[in-house]
Design a protein. Structure first.
Length: 560
C-alpha cells in the first residue's frame, strides 16, 4: 500500500461534505423531540424495560434473556448462541435472525448470505444501542420489516459487557442527561475496558466475541456507543475503520458510499440529522471537526478499528449525551434500521468488496513480498478533507436541576435548531510510518502462547516439520521505552533491521505465511515498531526484556 491508497475518492468526499439543504424541506426532530409512537404499539410481553418505564430504566442481563425468550415464542426465525460465560458466571447471548432459520456458521455460509453483526453495551453506561437493538430484533422478526432478512443474516448481541451491565450504580447525569439514573459501569468485573482489548485479547469477553467473529465471519460489524456532553447538533454520529494498515477497499466503501446513503435515509425516514463521529474545538465559532477530539484514534485497540484489519467493514455510532434517553434510543434505532435496509439492498456489492480485499491482500504478498517492495503502515494521523459545514450549538452548559442534586443541562442552552458553521474536517486517516511486509514471520517453538494469540485473531499459524533455511530480516533492539498514549503506557522499541541470508530454523518453529487474508492484521500485531501492536500492549513482554534480538524473524524466501 502507499499513502495515496488511504485517500477516498475526491468526488465522494466532496459530496459527503456538502451541506444538506433538504433538512429545511422536512420536519427534523431537534433536542429531545421524537415522533409520536415511533416505536409502535406492542403487547406487554413484547415491550422492553425501557418502553415499560417510559425510557427511565434500562435492562439487566436477566431481563435481556427474558426478552429473547419472549421473541422465541413468537417467531421461527431466531436461533440463540451464548458467546461466552463471563467471570461472574453470566451468559452473553447473541440472537441469529434469518429466514429461514440458521443454527450454525456452516449453514450461514451455505446460504450465501452476508452476516451482519450488531453489538451494544461494550460500555454499559452507554445503553442506547442495547435498547435499540431489542427494538430492531422485534421489528425484523415480527414487524413491518421482516423483508430485511431476505438477503442477510443479522446477528444481534445487545449486551456484550454482561458483568459491567449488572454492576448497577447511581448516575448523576454527568454525561449530559438525567435519564436513566441507574446504570451499569464502564469496565468489566476485572476493571478492564473491553473496547481497549481488541489487540491483546486478555479478557474472557473479547476472546468469546472473537471466537464468534472467526466462525461467522460477518461482512459488517457494528458497535453502538454514547458520547459525553457535546456541542454539535447531530442526533447520532458514525465512524468507520481508520487504521492505515487496513485494506482501503472496505473502509473507503463504508465512508464514501454507505455513510452518505444511510445518512440520507435516516433524514427522510426518521427526521434526524447525523454525521461523522467527531467533535468541534471549544471556541465560537469552532474551527475544526476532529476525530482526535472525539478520542477516535488511528489505533487498532478499538474493536471496530481492529475488525478492519480483517478486510471487513465496521461502524461505530456515538449518540450525544445531553438529549433524553428516549431520543438517544430513537437515534440509534433510526440509524440501525436505515443501515439494515442498505445492507439488505446492497448485499452482493458488499460481499464483492470484501472478497476483492481478501484476494488483493493475498496477491500482493505473493507478488511483492519476496522482493522486499511491499510496504504497509505502522502508524498514522488525521489530515484535512477540506472545509465542510456542520451543525453546532453556541452553548452547552451543565447545571443542577432546581431543588435536586442531579446534574443536567442549563435551560436555554443546546436547544432548538443548531446553527451551521464552516470548519476544517480533520478525519482523513493517512499513514505516517511504514515497514516492509515480509513473505512470512518465524518464531521459536518455545512461544506457543504467541501462536495461540494469533490463532485467536483468526490468523493461520503452522509449524516447520523439518529444519529449513530462510533469507530475511532480523530486528535488533537497542532500547525499550514506555510512551504514554491515549491513557495507556505503550511499550516502544528502538532498533534496526538487518538482512540475514540462509538462516536456519529447526523443526517445530512456528510459521505465519502472509499469503492469507489476515495478512494486514498479522503485520500490524507482529511488527516491532507498530503503534499499538503486540509489543505495545505487552503481549510479548515474556520474551522482550531489553536490548537484544527481537524474537520474531521476517523472512522473504525459503532457501532450497
Amino acid at each position: 500500500m502507499n499513502a495515496a491508497a488511504v485517500l477516498p475518492a475526491a468526488l465522494a468526499a466532496l459530496l459527503l461534505s456538502l451541506p444538506m439543504t433538504t433538512a429545511d424541506a422536512q420536519h427534523i426532530y431537534w433536542g429531545d423531540s421524537v415522533p409520536k409512537a415511533w416505536n409502535g404499539t406492542w403487547p406487554a410481553e413484547l415491550q422492553t424495560v425501557a418502553e415499560k418505564s417510559h425510557f427511565n430504566r434500562t435492562m439487566s442481563v436477566l431481563q435481556l434473556h427474558e426478552y429473547i425468550d419472549a421473541l422465541k415464542w413468537k417467531s421461527d426465525r431466531m436461533h440463540v448462541i451464548n458467546m461466552f460465560v463471563s467471570p461472574m458466571r453470566k451468559a452473553a447471548p447473541a440472537m441469529v435472525l434469518s429466514n429461514p432459520m440458521v443454527t450454525s456458521p456452516q449453514q450461514a455460509r451455505a446460504s450465501g448470505k452476508n452476516v451482519i453483526f450488531l453489538m451494544g453495551n461494550i460500555h454499559p453506561p452507554e445503553p442506547e444501542a442495547a435498547e435499540a437493538l431489542l427494538l430492531v430484533a422485534r421489528e425484523l422478526l415480527l414487524g413491518k420489516h421482516r423483508d430485511l432478512l431476505d438477503n442477510q443474516i443479522v446477528m444481534i448481541a445487545p449486551i456484550f459487557n454482561v458483568d459491567g451491565t449488572d454492576t448497577f450504580t447511581n448516575q448523576d447525569g454527568s454525561l449530559g442527561s438525567v435519564t436513566p439514573t441507574i446504570l451499569g459501569v464502564r469496565e468489566n468485573s476485572q476493571g478492564l475496558d473491553l473496547n481497549r482489548d481488541a489487540v491483546k485479547l486478555n479478557t474472557v469477553e473479547a476472546n468469546g466475541l472473537y471466537h464468534v467473529l472467526n466462525e461467522w465471519d460477518p461482512v459488517l460489524f457494528f458497535d453502538g456507543h454514547l458520547m459525553d456532553r457535546v456541542s454539535h447538533g447531530y442526533a447520532n454520529t458514525y465512524g468507520t475503520v481508520t487504521v492505515p494498515a487496513s485494506n482501503p477497499g472496505p473502509r473507503d466503501y463504508v465512508h464514501d458510499k454507505l455513510f452518505p446513503e444511510v445518512r440520507d435515509q435516516v433524514r427522510k425516514q426518521f427526521g434526524l440529522e447525523m454525521f461523522t463521529h467527531a467533535l468541534l474545538d471549544k471556541q465560537w465559532p469552532p474551527t475544526v471537526w476532529s476525530h482526535d477530539l472525539a478520542a477516535w484514534t488511528v489505533e487498532a485497540k478499538f474493536v471496530v478499528n481492529d475488525y478492519g484489519l480483517r478486510n471487513r467493514m465496521a461502524i461505530i455510532t456515538e449518540t450525544p449525551g445531553q438529549p433524553s434517553f428516549e431520543k438517544r434510543v430513537y437515534a440509534q434505532y433510526a440509524y440501525l434500521m436505515a443501515l439494515l435496509e442498505y445492507t439488505n439492498a446492497h448485499a452482493k456489492e458488499m460481499r464483492d468488496v470484501v472478497k476483492k480485499a481478501d484476494e488483493e491482500t493475498v496477491a500482493r504478498v505473493k507478488e511483492q513480498a519476496e522482493s522486499g517492495t511491499l510496504k504497509n503502515f505502522l502508524d498514522g494521523e488525521y489530515k484535512s478533507r477540506g472545509k465542510i459545514q456542520v451543525l453546532a450549538y453556541r452553548e452547552n452548559v451543565a447545571a443542577y436541576l432546581p431543588g435536586t442534586s442531579v446534574l443536567g443541562t442549563k435551560p436555554g442552552t443546546i436547544s432548538g435548531k443548531p446553527e451551521t458553521v464552516t470548519v476544517e474536517d480533520l478525519t482523513m486517516p493517512v499513514g505516517t510510518r511504514e515497514a516492509t511486509v515480509p513473505r512470512g514471520y518465524l518464531f521459536p517453538a518455545t512461544m506457543p502462547e504467541l501462536a495461540a494469540k494469533l490463532r485467536a485473531h483468526n490468523i493461520t499459524v503452522t509449524t516447520l516439520d523439518k529444519p529449513a533455511k530462510y533469507d530475511g530480516e532480523a530486528f535488533t533492539i537497542s532500547g525499550v521505552r514506555v510512551v504514554r498514549r491515549s491513557g495507556y503506557g505503550m511499550k516502544t522499541l528502538d532498533g534496526t533491521f538487518a538482512m540475514q541470508n540462509a538462516r536456519e530454523f529447526p523443526a517445530g518453529t512456528f510459521v505465519v505465511d502472509m499469503a492469507q487474508p489476515m495478512a494486514n492484521a498479522a503485520f500490524y500485531y507482529l511488527e516491532p515498531q507498530a503503534r499499538d501492536g503486540f509489543v505495545g500492549w505487552g503481549v510479548l513482554d515474556e520474551w522482550i526484556h531489553g536490548p537484544g534480538e527481537y524474537p520474531i524473524f521476517k523472512y522473504r524466501r525459503e532457501v532450497r
